[in-house]
Design a protein around this ligand. Structure first.
Ligand code: SLC
Ligand code: ZN
Length: 598
C-alpha cells in the first residue's frame, strides 16, 4: 500500500521514463550517424547532442533528489529511482564532459581508422584491422608477417592514444567521484550490484585456471612442433602473434595446427560457407531462423532496413561489431563489417543475442531496459552458438556433410570449443584487472605498458613477439580500452553461458544431469525447442527489473555464478590434456619471458 507521496513519485518516474527514452533515441541517432560515418561534422553533432541531453538529465536528477524514494513501499518504484539516482557523466562540469567525450571519440576513431603497410609490398599501405589484418591473423602461418602486422597495428593504434588515455583516466575517475564512488573501478562495478563481486570472479578464475594451464601447455607444444625453437620456447610464455588473433584472446583460428586427431578433422565451416555461396544476409537469416525455431522473435523490418552489416567502401566507420537499441520499441540494429567465415557466423549469433534481449524487454519501463547485469547481455548469443557449433546442428543446416560420434571426434570438437572459450578466460579477466588497477592508481601512467605485459604473462602465459617500451601503449590496441567499454562482462558471460546452456539443454530434453553420459552436454543442440526458448525468453523479459540472482534463478534454478557447468562440459578434454601433457612431459605453466618492456 502506497506511502504518501508515492503516487506523485510514480507520475514523476513515468515522466522520466518517457523523456529519458526520447532523449536516448535522439542521442543514439547521432551516435549511429557518427559510428557509421566518421566525419568531423558527425562528431560535432554527436558531441552537441550529448551536451544537450546532459543538461536535461542533470535538471531531472536535481528534481529526483527531492523524492524520499528510499522510503517507498513499491520495490519496482524504489528500484527505478535507484537507477536514475546515479547521474553518470553529466555530473561533470560540461567543459570536462565535452573533453571526456572528445577523448573517447578520438581514441575510438584513431583505432577504427588505423592503417598499416603490407609486410612485403611497401606500396600497399592501407591495410585495415577489418577485414585485412583480421583475415591475416586467421590464415597466415608466417611468423615474420604476423610479427610485422602485430607491431605495425600497435604503432598506428595504441601508441597514438597513450596521452589521450592518461587524460581519460583522470576524467573517468572524476565522474566516479562526483557520483559518490571512490574511483571509476567501483563506478563500473556498480552494474553488478554485488558487494563481493571481484572475489567471486577471482574464485571462478581459480577454479578454471588448472584447465587453462593444460590447454596452454598443449597448444604451446603443438606451436613448437610447427614453428620450432626459433619462435616457441616449450617452457616459456607463448608469443602473442602466433595464436590466430590480433590480441591472442581466442585461439580457435589455429585449430588446424593443434587438432588432436587430424585424421578425424571435419571440413572447415568457412570453406563450406563459401562453397555454398553464403552471403552476409544469408548468414544473418540463418541466425534469425535459429531464434524463431525457439519461438523467439524474428528481426523487425527496421532491423533489415537500417542495420549496416558490411563495411562500406566509401567511408570510414567503426567496424567493431555492436548491437543497438534505439529505445523506441521498434528500432533495433546491428553494425558489423561482416565477412563470410565461421568466426563471423558466431559473432552474428552473439550480436543477434543482444537484439533478442532488446526485443524481450522492450515493454519494460525505460529504467529496466538493460540486461540483468552486463554479463547476461553478452551471454545470450553465445549460449545459442554453443548449440549452433555442434556437428549435429551444422549437419542439420547443411554446413557439415556427415557426423562421426567417436571418442577422437569428441576430443577434437571439445578442443575447438576450448580454443575459444577456455583460452579467452584469462584475457577476459585481465582486461579489467589492468583498468581497475589504473583507475585505483595502483598502476601509474609511467607503467601502463609494463603492467599490461606483467598481467598478460601472469594470467595468460603469453609474451610480445619482441621487446616493448613505455612509448608503446598496447592496451590501447584493443577496442574496449579506447572505446571505454568495460570487459569483465565477457568473463562473466563465458562462465554463465555454460550454466544457461546446461539449463536450456535439460529443458529441451537434450541433457539429463542424472545420466550425463547418455547425451553428452557438448553434443546438445536446443534447435526448435520451444520449451527451451520460452525458458530463455522469460528470463530475458525481466530486463534489469530484478537483481541478477533472480534472473539467474529464473533460468538455471541457481542464484550464483558457477564454473561447474563449464568444467563439466570440458571434463573429457581436461582428462585427455592431462594425459597428453604428461606423455610429452610438458611443463604445465611457464617460465619468465625474455622480452623486455622498458
Ligand atoms: C562481439 C563483441 C561486441 Se559486444 C565483442 O566485443 N566481444 C565478443 C567477445 C569478446 C568481445 C571482443 O570482441 O573482445
Ligand atoms: Zn556483445
Amino acid at each position: 500500500q502506497d506511502t504518501d507521496g508515492e503516487v506523485e513519485a510514480r507520475q514523476f518516474i513515468d515522466f522520466l521514463n518517457k523523456e529519458h527514452g526520447r532523449h536516448l533515441n535522439d542521442g543514439y541517432h547521432a551516435e549511429w550517424a557518427y559510428a557509421t560515418n566518421l566525419t568531423e561534422h558527425n562528431l560535432n553533432v554527436k558531441l552537441n547532442k550529448s551536451l544537450e541531453h546532459a543538461t536535461f538529465t542533470k535538471e531531472q536528477w536535481k528534481e529526483l533528489n527531492k523524492y524520499p524514494w528510499q522510503t517507498y513501499s513499491d520495490p519496482d518504484l524504489r528500484r527505478q529511482f535507484k537507477i536514475y539516482s546515479v547521474l553518470g557523466s553529466p555530473a561533470l562540469e560540461f567543459d570536462k564532459l565535452q573533453k571526456l567525450e572528445k577523448l573517447e571519440s578520438d581514441m575510438e576513431s584513431i583505432y577504427s581508422t588505423a592503417k598499416v603497410s603490407h609486410h612485403k609490398d611497401k606500396n600497399k599501405t592501407n591495410l585495415s584491422l577489418e577485414p585485412e589484418l583480421t583475415e591475416i591473423f586467421i590464415k597466415s602461418r608466417d611468423p615474420e608477417a604476423l610479427h610485422h602486422y602485430w607491431t605495425e597495428f600497435r604503432k598506428q593504434s595504441g601508441k597514438q592514444v597513450r596521452n589521450h588515455y592518461k587524460q581519460y583516466v583522470d576524467l573517468e575517475n572524476e565522474v566516479a567521484v562526483k557520483n559518490n564512488f571512490t574511483d571509476a573501478a567501483e563506478y563500473w562495478l556498480d552494474a553488478y550490484d554485488t558487494k563481493d563481486f571481484r572475489d567471486q570472479v577471482a574464485k571462478l578464475w581459480e577454479q578454471i585456471r588448472p584447465l587453462y594451464l593444460q590447454i596452454h601447455a598443449y597448444v604451446r607444444r603443438r606451436l613448437h612442433d610447427k614453428y620450432g625453437d626459433k619462435h616457441v620456447n616449450r617452457r616459456g610464455p607463448i608469443p602473442a602473434h602466433l595464436l590466430g588473433n590480433m590480441w591472442a584472446q581466442t585461439w580457435n583460428n589455429i585449430y588446424d595446427l593443434v587438432v588432436p586427431y587430424p585424421e578425424k578433422t571435419k571440413p572447415d565451416v568457412t570453406a563450406e560457407l563459401k562453397r555454398q555461396g553464403y552471403t552476409v544476409n544469408k548468414m544473418f537469416r540463418t541466425a534469425e531462423e535459429f531464434f524463431t525455431s525457439l519461438n523467439m522473435s524474428a528481426m523487425p523490418p527496421e532491423f533489415w532496413e537500417r542495420s549496416v552489416l558490411e563495411k562500406p567502401k566509401d567511408r570510414d566507420i567503426v567496424c567493431h561489431a555492436s548491437a543497438w537499441d534505439f529505445h523506441d520499441g521498434k528500432d533495433f540494429r546491428i553494425k558489423m563489417c561482416t565477412r563470410v567465415n565461421e568466426e563471423d557466423l558466431f559473432t552474428i549469433h552473439h550480436e543477434m543475442g543482444h537484439v533478442q534481449y532488446f526485443l524481450e524487454y522492450k515493454n519494460q519501463p525505460m529504467a529496466f531496459r538493460e540486461g540483468a547485469n552486463p554479463g547476461f547481455h553478452e551471454a545470450v548469443g553465445d549460449t545459442i552458438s554453443l548449440s549452433v557449433q555442434t556437428p549435429k546442428h551444422l549437419h542439420k543446416i547443411g554446413l557439415l556433410s556427415n557426423v562421426t560420434n567417436d571418442k577422437e571426434s569428441t576430443i577434437n570438437d571439445l578442443m575447438k570449443t576450448g580454443l575459444e572459450k577456455i583460452a579467452f578466460l584469462p584475457f577476459g579477466y585481465l582486461m579489467d584487472l589492468w583498468r581497475w588497477g589504473v583507475f585505483k592508481k595502483e598502476i601509474s601512467h609511467e607503467d601502463y605498458n609494463k603492467h599490461w605485459w606483467k598481467l598478460r604473462h601472469e594470467y595468460q602465459g603469453i609474451e610480445p613477439p619482441s621487446h616493448r617500451s613505455e612509448d608503446d601503449f598496447d592496451p590501447g590496441a584493443k577496442y574496449h580500452i579506447v572505446a571505454s567499454v568495460p570487459y569483465i562482462r565477457y568473463f562473466v558471460s563465458f562462465v554463465i553461458q555454460f550454466q544457461f546452456h546446461r539449463a536450456l539443454c535439460i529443458k529441451a530434453g537434450e541433457f539429463d544431469p542424472k545420466n550425463p553420459s547418455k547425451q553428452p552436454l557438448n553434443e546438445c543442440d536446443i534447435y526448435r525447442s520451444k520449451e527451451a526458448g520460452n525458458l530463455l525468453k522469460n528470463m530475458l523479459a525481466l530486463g534489469s527489473s530484478q537483481p541478477w540472482p533472480e534472473a539467474m534463478e529464473a533460468i538455471t534454478g541457481q542464484r550464483e555464478m558457477d564454473a561447474s557447468a563449464l568444467l563439466d562440459y570440458f571434463e573429457p578434454l581436461q582428462k585427455w590434456l592431462e594425459k597428453e601433457n604428461a606423455k610429452t612431459g610438458e611443463l604445465v605453466g611457464w617460465e619468465p619471458t625474455d622480452k623486455r618492456v622498458h
